[in-house]
Design a protein around this ligand. Structure first.
Ligand code: BGC
Length: 858
């Protein structure tokens, strides 16, 4: 792997002198800019003695107070030992909790850069941002595997591959912690879906955990020495993460030797004694369960040992002492709250991540000198969409939208025409003309039984997520009955929205066309149906609000009429049209999953713009793949932007106009359709489990519920592991991304034989065979065809990003350690190598590996 430090040397000055001077200058500069940056001290007998001395002064009650958080984002203070409270902040895309901040490219974008040096810079930037706000613990990075495109938080996480995740998380954490701020790697573990996240049990075998879902956490602990870990909400094999002995005690604190603080996710503790006994050190945000009332009796009747509490307190104290939190102010007034340096890092992140997926006829890059008018159309064009929704949402000082970025780049002599192109959700609800009126029956029961109150409103437009009614007036079930008459033949959008925790379904002529089954669903949701001119349909919507108040909206619109007339006019009048589609914080985020389809109307928008102007380029803002089937063959170019952070618009413009050569590579496979997605049939809970009762943040203490079990029967076949093993092909493979230049790979050298467990050194050349400078990611996969255990056809085990001038060649060496050839031996509970044949494959994506060499391990 490349050293994150850049080579500063110049040829005519002796190298050593330059290095020494550069190091000194670097130190002085760092010291001047951030006088208080201070990496944590290693554990030592002195720190241990201090921590024990502090512990000895505490009563059991005082110790228990220390293992619960306070005021949402703080650890608890204890005056007896002079311990102040310490501050936390989300993470992982920006130090968000305390006002405007630098919003970095999301995790998926960072992964698309395949650049550990960049991850280090982002970590360092976040560390400085945290110090500038007096933050002791940053609640990030998030490293859960992107198993499915639906997971609402993929944009925060990195990729579908454990090696790529591990390679990025280490420099990221080292960067944060180098600034005297503890990183908190999350969400441990198996939190790969947001759907019903408090309740689902992820049922998975140990081999799959060890090979796919745990390596990034393992690297965070064993290589980056992260000082805090956050448990997830979900259950793993029937046991909540916060009380999971296998994950917390056996693996994290046992196998990996984690010495830091294991904290809960916010309200992810469900049983105080079980959590205390099974590894949780700190309940956040408050001691709802690990408190004196629950734990004192447990200590008294020996269900819980006082030494177990002592261990938690010692972990907390040790961490505070090692970081020097008691000796220096965490608020570093020498650090910038508004940091120009960090703006540069976030711009670099966006530039390195944008991934060009299609460029038919080399429509890109655009020639700024020949473009007179550019139309920028779509919901993601303006305002800037820097990140997805939820706790990671960072409020940037001055985010650059795609429209702004393009306008800045093309300058005053080019016309920029902007329109959103689509109405907003409420406009559809307000604008629907229902045939024969609406009848609303509001039942006092939750199952449409009893005497309903009847009303006849003109619209079904109560979708206001912020509206809460008084508890006793809460309607328990509501049935809307109405009709709709199509004025002309065509495809009609049916759109419904409620709170993500509500349950509803919409029926057309007796058939269910939309359904949000229960907790933490996807909103708004839509479908389309074909209607003939004059056709009338009957609609029934059945709605069960989760909490008091009605938050439901329903509407129908002819798809062709959805598109604003300016969208087509602007597209037609422009030399080139950029259609900026995708998700945003209210359609992709924490607490709910997203749809595989683009949000409503956007497919139709792309079709309409492309029909008006064949030079249409689609930019896609999403944490991962989407359904492109309706339009991909009609558009010449597709640029995936992930969530590119506050400078995304600048980077998009630079890539479109060739000021920056695209270099991002997909960190996930792009599935053609949701049905074809490797996780599709294993994504939701297995049938038969009762999913009607559920827990949410509001349900404490938790009610009894039947656990919905999600069975990870796709096992190791996640993403490209599935595609390459089955020999089938996704739409775009993992590791793929186009450039404005071309590269070739040659001269692979690897030993033909080696000893199992010894380091294997692989060398090869990469050449820029095109006419512009660019960056390529060389990806190295290992295949183990003679393995006794069934293994995926290939697995990523090394990569390196190289920047090459036209015609330039660089030699790359990648060293493969024992883990690169190992798999988890389930019966033996250990990593193992089966001697025999291995194949080393090198190329520019998981599906294009022109170099290969056989290697025999004995
Ligand atoms: C999220 C965590 C976050 C925490 C604090 C939770 O809802 O899952 O990722 O760090 O809130 O905001």
């Amino acid at each position: 792997m490349k050293n994150p430090k850049k080579d500063l040397t110049q040829s005519f000055i002796p190298m050593r002198l330059v290095t020494v001077v550069a190091t000194l200058l670097g130190c002085l500069l760092t010291a001047a800019l951030c006088a208080n940056a201070q990496a944590p001290a290693p554990a030592s007998p002195e720190i241990e003695a201090k921590a024990h001395a502090m512990l000895a002064k505490l009563t059991l009650e005082q110790k228990i107070e220390l293992i619960g958080g306070v005021d949402v984002m703080f650890t608890n203070a204890e005056s007896v030992i002079g311990l102040p409270r310490f501050k936390m902040s989300d993470g992982p895309l920006g130090v968000r909790t305390w006002g405007p901040t630098t919003a970095y490219a999301g995790g998926a974008a960072l992964a698309a850069s395949w650049d550990p040096a960049l991850a280090h810079k982002v970590g360092e930037g976040l560390g400085k941002d945290a110090r500038a706000r007096g933050v002791n613990f940053l609640l990030g990075p998030g490293v859960n595997i992107a198993r499915s495109p639906l997971n609402g938080r993929n944009f925060e996480y990195f990729s579908e591959d454990p090696f790529l995740n591990a390679s990025l998380v280490v420099p990221y954490i080292e960067g944060v912690q180098s600034q005297g701020v503890s990183a908190t790697v999350k969400h441990y573990a198996l939190n790969n879906l947001e759907y019903n996240r408090h309740n689902v049990s992820v049922d998975v075998d140990e081999r799959t955990m060890r090979e796919i879902y745990l390596p990034a956490f393992e690297a965070a602990v064993t290589k980056a020495h992260v000082d805090a870990v956050m448990n997830s909400y979900n259950l793993i094999n029937g046991v909540h993460a916060t009380q999971n002995d296998f994950l917390n005690l056996k693996v994290l604190k046992g196998d990996w030797g984690f010495q830091g603080v294991l904290m809960s996710d916010w309200d992810a503790t469900y049983d105080g004694v079980a959590a205390a006994n099974n590894g949780l050190d700190l309940e956040m945000p408050s001691p709802r369960f690990m408190n004196a009332k629950t734990l004192l009796p447990a200590v008294k009747d020996s269900r819980l040992k006082e030494s177990t509490i002592d261990d938690k307190v010692l972990r907390i104290l040790r961490t505070m002492l090692r970081y020097g939190f008691l000796d220096r102010p965490q608020l570093d007034t020498t650090a910038s709250t508004y940091s120009v340096a960090d703006r540069a890092v976030t711009l670099e992140g966006a530039r390195e991540s944008l991934t060009l997926l299609k460029n038919e006829g080399h429509v890109l890059p655009l020639d700024a000198a020949r473009v007179r008018t550019v139309a920028v159309i779509g919901p993601d064009a303006y305002p800037a969409v820097t990140g997805g929704g939820g706790s990671s949402e960072a409020q940037a000082f001055e985010p650059v939208s795609i429209v702004t970025g393009i306008a800045n780049l093309v300058g005053p002599h080019v016309r920029v025409l902007y329109t959103r192109g689509l109405p907003d959700t409420n406009e559809i609800f307000w604008g629907t003309h229902w045939e024969g009126g609406i009848k609303v029956c509001t039942y006092p029961s939750k199952d449409f039984i009893g005497t309903p109150e009847i009303s006849t409103p003109p619209t079904i437009a109560d979708w206001k997520p912020e509206m809460w009614g008084p508890e006793d007036k809460a309607p328990r079930s509501i049935r809307y009955t109405t009709g709709y008459k199509a004025t002309k033949a065509g495809r009609y959008l049916i759109l419904a929205a409620a709170s993500g925790e509500d349950i509803f379904k919409v029926l057309v002529d007796g058939n269910t066309v939309l359904e949000q089954p229960h907790a933490e669903g996807q909103v708004p949701i839509s479908t389309t149906i074909a209607l003939t001119a004059g056709q009338t349909i009957n609609l029934v919507a059945e709605y069960l609000p989760h909490s008091p108040g009605v938050r439901f909206g329903l509407g129908i619109a002819n798809e062709a009429d959805l598109i604003t007339p300016e969208a087509k006019q602007f597209a037609a009048a422009a030399d080139v049209a950029v259609v900026a589609v995708g998700f945003n914080p209210s359609t992709e985020g924490e607490g709910y999953d997203r749809t595989f389809a683009l949000p409503w109307g956007q497919d139709a928008l792309i079709e309409a713009v492309t029909a008006a102007n064949p030079h249409s380029i689609v930019t896609l803002t999403a944490g991962g793949g989407v359904d492109t089937r309706r339009w991909l063959d009609k558009v010449p170019a597709l640029l995936h932007t992930y969530y590119p952070g506050q400078e995304g618009g600048t980077a998009v413009a630079e890539v479109l106009f060739g000021k920056h050569n695209p270099e991002g590579k997909l960190p996930v496979s792009f599935d053609r359709s949701w049905d074809e997605s490797p996780s599709a049939q294993f994504y939701y809970p297995v049938k038969g489990a009762d999913t009607s009762l559920h827990v949410t943040e509001n349900d404490h203490p938790p009610v009894d519920y039947a656990i919905p079990h999600v069975k990870y029967d796709d096992k190791l076949m996640v993403g490209y592991r599935y595609w390459t093993t089955t020999g089938k092909h996704p739409l775009f493979p993992f590791g793929f991304g186009l450039s404005y230049t071309t590269f070739s790979f040659s001269k692979l050298s690897a030993p033909t034989m080696s000893k199992s467990g010894a380091m294997v050194s692989v060398g090869f050349d990469v050449t820029n065979t095109g006419s512009v400078a660019g960056a390529e990611v060389a990806e190295l996969y290992v295949s183990d065809p003679s393995s006794l255990a069934k293994r995926p056809e290939r697995e990523l085990k090394g990569f390196e990003k190289v920047r090459l001038a036209p015609g330039e060649t660089k030699h790359i060496t990648i060293n493969l350690d024992a883990r690169a050839f190992s798999y988890w031996d389930e019966p033996g509970h250990k990593w193992t190598i089966d001697p025999g044949k291995f194949v080393i494959l090198v190329g520019d994506s998981s599906e294009n590996t022109p170099l290969h060499a056989d290697l025999s391990l004995n």
